[in-house]
Design a protein around this ligand. Structure first.
Ligand code: ADP
Ligand code: MG
Length: 291
């Protein structure tokens, strides 16, 4: 039978917006030595907005935004929503999109008005042999602000940059401090580029960063860490599901996707990272009671 103290703790956690889906998690959480945090939607608000649009050559900003929104209309990525909103706000009508393809961790490709259009990160442009050297300093400048710059290529030439901003949650700094105070190693993982990742990590007070991690590689990082550590993972996205399953304790941010929630041991209802250290404290107190 389940000890009374565990039931009491699960109930108390629930009152505080921490849903413990698996009983073992309550015992294991207090043993966590290393916590891996996803960036987007976990450390940041996860509601990206377009901060700026840069047109290159003869293109106008509206053309860039129109093509970017048209191509993103087929994507479910959070970045896509920000581009669609920016175009809608300017009453920009979308073009017909053919041969749409989403490339995980890279971006999107399609044919629009007989032109081949790519929108995504440098890795996407590398994959498609599109040169962007001339824009490196602009990309770095935007990334250093913590923004995510997306490159738009038309017929294999860079035509514009769309920069998206996603600020950190107001309590992320305090949450990281709480975890550190408990002696927990904190690592941020993200598919985003290293400069943007570093800028966001600095704002949140995180010193260990793994950037440009492909969705399928997040779980492998957890597995490697598990050789030395008891690893907790906090995430919200579809991308995070395998890592949440791999971790000793997987925490899903309740505002995230259903797939993440179903893969997690613990669901944090209000989306605050502060609840993770609260769950860890509760676990320690409960285990002490059982012994
Ligand atoms: P994460 O979920 O960690 O933010 P992803 O692996 O989903 O990262 O994406 C990594 C990077 O790939 C993004 O930062 C972006 O530069 C690019 N990317 C992915 N999907 C899209 C998309 N639909 N449109 C534009 N860029 C994208
Ligand atoms: Mg995320």
């Amino acid at each position: 039978a389940t000890p009374i103290s565990v039931m009491v703790a699960v109930g108390r956690a629930a009152e505080s917006g921490i849903l413990i889906r698996k009983g073992e998690a309550l015992q294991k959480a207090g043993e966590i030595t290393c916590l891996v945090l996803d960036k987007t939607g976990t450390i940041t608000e996860g509601k990206p907005t377009v901060a700026s649009v840069h047109a290159i050559g003869n293109f106008t900003e509206d053309t860039i935004l129109q093509l970017a929104a048209s191509i993103e209309s087929g994507s479910e990525h959070p970045l896509a929503a920000s581009v669609l909103k920016a175009a809608a706000d300017k009453n920009i009508a979308l073009d017909k999109v053919e041969k749409f393809e989403a490339i995980l961790g890279h971006g999107v490709t399609a044919v629009i008005n007989k032109k081949v259009v790519y929108l995504g990160n440098k890795a996407l442009m590398d994959k498609k042999s599109v040169r962007y050297d001339a824009h490196n300093s602009k990309l770095e400048q935007l990334s250093a602000l913590g923004q995510t710059p997306m490159l738009l290529a038309i017929d294999n030439k860079i035509a514009g940059i769309v920069a998206v901003s996603d600020p950190i949650k107001q309590d992320s700094v305090q949450a990281v401090q709480h975890l550190r105070a408990r002696g927990i190693r904190v690592i941020m993982v993200t598919g985003d580029n290293p400069i943007t990742a570093q800028a966001i990590a600095s704002l949140a007070g995180i010193t260990e960063v793994k950037a440009q991690v492909l969705p399928q590689d997040k779980a492998a990082i957890i597995k490697t860490l598990q050789a030395q550590e008891i690893v907790g993972m906090v995430g919200d996205g579809v991308n995070d599901a395998p890592a949440l399953v791999q971790a000793d304790v997987g925490f899903a941010i309740g505002t995230g996707t259903d797939v993440a929630i179903e893969s997690a041991d613990v669901v944090i209802l209000q989306g605050s990272l502060l609840k993770v250290s609260e769950a860890i404290d509760l676990s320690k107190a409960t285990v002490k009671n059982i012994k």
